[in-house]
Design a protein around this ligand. Structure first.
Ligand code: FAD
Length: 709
């Protein structure tokens, strides 16, 4: 018995020893695993990277690019898109924000088709949209000059001009519909310039070796807008368009459908005269609100041009594409003082006959700067026609980005003219000798007159002075092939979208794109969306979504009005503009952009704590309007800087000084940056998230741009 007890005790001790040993081994294993994990964490970087949010990618299917050969994509699309029958069109409402060339042409076309249109603009007449300022002309591939033009050539020049950063399918469609635009406008009575034989005349613009620019003296935008306006007025008269002038959209109303997907179903707008905030419903919202160049304060844009509509779309989930692509135009009247609030463009058409030069000798430049001599006093042999010298094939008609950088290079080296040294000459003496003063006056008379009024110097006698200035924004709201944003039912057209111009727009192509979008693209593509909405009844603007959107707008206005600080809106905007020009302007560096972002953040703080808005919000208040727009310009400025910082290459208007050839030309990095850089809103004061749409060039060989030979 005692023996059995001893055996049992031995077994128990053995079991306990094994269990204890196992526990020790287990603990040791855990410890080893922990150490391993710690070691891996210590090696860290790869793990940290994997925790970064994944960059999302937009595929061609998501961008709705039709399959098939380039030249058949648009035809195929039109042959297969869904249509809305006439009876159903009458039951559908569309809001169009904007009455520039894009908005007016879209509103008139949609109404003509039978939809009910509500059209909004800030100005007191649709005719006062910024498009009216366009001077030089509109491109089309008519080949009236028999100089070798074709749809393909217009496509190719646009793709190349944009430094291979545009979507092939869109650009081809743009070139394809360009000829219809001219026919449409002629039918409306737009008085394009004609040759003696009666054919429409053409002139040349930058980035092309053919003459394909149709024009109406130096007032092309005005005449085209009058054409679109007459089409619009006809529809207003017929009751198909309800026009809301002096109304500013302040937000978009989103309502979820039966699947929980949010769709644009209306807008909140402020009546700028009474200050009243009002609600509007529609089955779809189209925004043609123009570009955001005024972020820079001084620009060639109209004073009311703004980026707020774009920011409203962005905050609701529409992607903001390529915000850093801004165009600096080489032929603007130089800035002349600190109290200036506007810059004036001298049309690119002037480069057809005007020759650009600076003195060859530094001492001549100094005497010009000191006002001791005039441009005409410098003999021919002492003039440096630097564009003709550097780019013999295109000469004075190189694209805008190239011409602007070349001017800056000369001025930076000390050869600039004007009392500031920040200008170059645009000289017509050759043309006057060759063609006679009368012919030059016929072609450009109003531009010469405008120059004389502003500068107080006769450009027939002494060369004009010009300098680069912010003019156009290629970046904008991302849209698919149908011009729909990433938000269902929300479309974006004209300069406001990220458009077809890649990293640099060619002259006379903005009017073409705005009218292509409004007259010939959107009227087709929007039906593909609206055909699924025919069963959706008109919604009451009493819905909670409308009430909430209106309240948010009211709260923002109240917050601004309550600040009552010490600084005027313009003084803060001017400061932002200087930061943009210095750090996010013609030449950008990583260091400068980082510094710029810090400064913009500081401006934002200053604005929200120290802006002063006089008066009240319940009637006309220009300062309040400007403050609301400035709040968004500050956000756009930051987004531009963030985008410019991430794009470590130079392309088109985006020039990162770290990426240039030994001759100072832009150096693309196709292997890394051949994509549309889109930014997704992640919340107030949160960093935006990058989304990429790869640009796989299927039909065109990407080359280094060459305007020399
Ligand atoms: C001086 C100058 C000359 C130019 N010359 C040429 C040229 O010769 N050829 C060429 O191709 N391009 C030219 N351009 C570029 C071209 O004029 C523009 O890109 C084009 O006109 C933009 O048209 P849009 O319809 O997109 O916008 P815009 O004409 O800017 O119209 C925007 C509309 O949106 C409205 N809007 C904006 N925000 C709101 C809001 N929140 N609520 C309600 N309404 C709103 C405005 O009231 C306006 O009606 C020139 C530009 C400038 C600055």
């Amino acid at each position: 018995m005692a023996k059995e007890i001893i055996e049992e005790a031995k077994k128990t001790v053995k079991k306990a020893a094994v269990a204890a040993a196992e526990a020790v081994v287990e603990k040791a294993a855990e410890a080893v695993a922990e150490v391993k994990e710690a070691l891996e964490e210590a090696k860290a970087e790869p793990k940290a990277k994997s925790q970064e949010p994944k960059v999302q990618v937009i595929t061609p299917e998501m961008a709705k690019i039709p399959a098939g050969p380039l030249e058949l994509k648009w035809t195929n699309y039109k042959n297969h898109q869904k249509l809305v029958n006439p009876a159903n069109k009458r039951r559908l409402d569309v809001i169009v924000v904007g009455t520039g060339l894009a908005g007016a042409s879209a509103a008139a076309s949609l109404a003509e088709m039978g939809f009910n249109v509500l059209n909004f603009c800030i100005q007191d007449s649709p005719r006062r949209a910024h498009s009216i300022a366009a001077q030089g002309g509109i491109n089309a591939a008519k080949n009236y000059q028999n100089d070798g033009d074709s749809i393909y050539r217009l496509y190719y020049d646009t793709i190349k001009g944009g430094d291979y950063r545009a979507r092939e399918a869109n650009v081809y469609r743009l070139a394809e519909v360009s000829n219809s635009i001219i026919d449409q406008c002629v039918a409306q009575g737009v008085p394009f310039a004609r040759e003696y034989g009666g054919l429409l005349d053409n002139r040349s613009f930058g980035g092309a070796q053919v003459s394909r620019t149709f024009y109406a003296k130096g007032q092309t935008g005005q005449q085209l807008l009058l054409g679109a306006y007459s089409a619009l007025s006809r529809q207003i008269g017929k009751g198909k368009v309800k026009m809301y002038t002096r109304y500013e959209m302040l937000d978009i109303v989103m309502i979820a459908d039966e699947n929980g997907e949010k769709r644009a179903r209306g807008i909140i707008a402020r009546n700028l005269v009474t200050g009243r905030i009002e609600r509007f419903f529609a089955h779809a919202v189209v925004v043609g609100s123009g570009g955001y160049g005024n972020t820079f304060f001084l620009s060639t844009n109209a004073m009311a041009s703004n980026g707020s509509a774009a920011m409203q779309m962005y905050r609701h989930g529409a992607l903001f594409a390529n915000p850093c692509y801004a165009q600096i135009h080489p032929t603007c009247i130089p800035k002349h003082g600190d109290f200036q609030s506007k810059l004036t463009l001298m049309s690119e058409s002037l480069r057809n006959d005007g020759r650009i030069w600076v003195p060859k000798k530094l001492e001549d430049a100094k005497r010009l700067q000191a006002g001791e001599i005039k441009g005409r006093d410098i003999p021919e042999e002492d003039r440096d026609y630097y564009l003709e010298r550097r780019y013999p094939a295109f000469g004075n008609l190189v694209p805008r980005d190239v011409a602007s950088r070349a001017a800056k290079e000369r001025c930076d080296k000390g050869y600039g003219v004007n009392n500031t040294g920040l200008a170059v000459f645009l000289d017509f003496s050759d043309a006057i000798q060759r063609l006679g003063k009368d012919v030059v006056a016929q072609k450009y008379g109003n531009l010469f007159q405008m120059y004389e009024k502003i500068v107080d110097e006769d450009p027939y006698e002494n060369p004009m002075m010009i300098f680069p200035a912010i003019h156009y924004t290629m970046g904008g709201i991302w849209v698919d092939y149908e011009l729909q944003t990433t938000v269902k039912g929300l479309f974006c057209i004209g300069e406001a979208n990220f458009s077809d111009h890649g990293a640099n727009r060619l002259g006379a192509s903005a009017l073409m794109q705005g009218l292509a979008d409004g007259y010939f693209v959107l009227p087709y593509t929007i039906q593909n969306y609206l055909s699924d909405q025919i069963g959706v009844p008109r919604m009451s603007t009493d819905l909670p979504e409308f009430a909430a959107a209106e309240k948010a707008v009211q709260d923002k206005i109240d917050k601004l009005m309550a600040i009552q600080g010490k600084r005027s809106v313009d003084s803060i905007h001017k400061e932002l503009g200087l930061i943009m020009w210095d750090f996010v302007g013609m030449g950008r560096t990583a260091e400068g952009l980082k510094e710029g972002i810090k400064k913009i953040d500081a401006i934002k703080k200053e604005f929200w704590t120290n802006v002063y808005i006089p008066g009240t919000a319940d009637h006309l208040n220009n300062e309040l309007e400007k403050a609301l727009r400035l709040a968004d310009f500050i956000e756009i400025g930051r987004l531009m800087a963030v985008d410019a910082l991430h794009r470590e290459e130079s392309c088109g208007g985006h020039f990162r000084e770290e990426y240039q050839t030994p001759e100072g030309e832009a150096l693309r990095q196709d292997d890394k940056f051949s994509y549309v850089g889109c930014w997704k809103y992640m919340g107030e004061d949160q960093e935006p998230q990058l989304v990429k749409e790869p640009l796989d060039y299927e039909f065109t060989e990407r080359k280094t741009r060459n305007y020399k030979s």
